[in-house]
Design a protein around this ligand. Structure first.
Ligand SMILES: [Zn+2]
Length: 193
């Protein structure tokens, strides 16, 4: 069975966010562009175009999420979370977000991409080499040897850095290596869970 057929069957040929039956298309959740039903959601043209252009979002349309965010399908939950994030300045959307508990695995999937790409007021996330979002207090490991300028040592690949601190620059974090607090390039790190 094709991805599309699997999805059509699972949602009874209705938009998985608003239940419309008009102009349905399969939406693959970024950052995965995989053609897999687990990572895709069936959307109507309205949902699809508003998700593609979050700045045109009509918040009235999205009250449908109060139902669809309880969908058992993880991809639907993740997409609902992302849409609600875009609307989080509306109190009803914030209330729904508070109720929408995602398992940690789904939470990191939800955070791995955002619908809005050009929001000025949103600080850019700090991402490790896998594209996993880093937050203060995380533990990371180096994925390559790094010369620590000024400190006179090489931080070896595999070195574990605990309790990192974010900096103003999303490409850098700070952490202690050999007792020295240094700036590390986020792209050379991998988060350890
Ligand atoms: Zn829809």
């Amino acid at each position: 069975m094709s991805t599309e057929q699997t999805i059509l069957q699972r949602c009874d040929s209705k938009c998985e966010l608003c239940a419309s039956e008009q102009n349905l298309t399969v939406y693959h959740l970024p950052p995965d562009s995989e053609d897999s039903a687990d990572k895709s959601v069936l959307l109507c043209a309205t949902c699809d175009s508003q998700i593609a252009n979050p700045e045109t979002m009509d918040s009235h349309h999205w009250h449908c999420l109060s139902d669809s965010m309880w969908n058992p399908e993880p991809a639907v939950q993740v997409l609902a979370w992302r849409v609600l994030q875009c609307l989080a300045n509306e109190s009803w959307a914030q209330d729904l977000l508070d109720m929408l508990y995602l398992e940690p695995e789904l939470q990191s999937w939800a955070e791995a991409a955002s619908l809005s790409t050009n929001k000025e007021d949103e600080t850019e996330p700090t991402l490790d080499n896998n594209g996993t979002r880093l937050t203060a207090g995380d533990t990371v490991t180096l994925i390559k040897d790094l010369d620590v300028k000024g400190a006179g040592f090489t931080a070896k690949r595999g070195t574990v850095v605990k309790n990192i601190v974010l900096t103003d620059n999303p490409k850098h974090i700070e952490g202690r290596v050999n007792g020295v607090r240094i700036v590390l390039v986020a792209d050379y790190l991998k988060k350890i869970n």
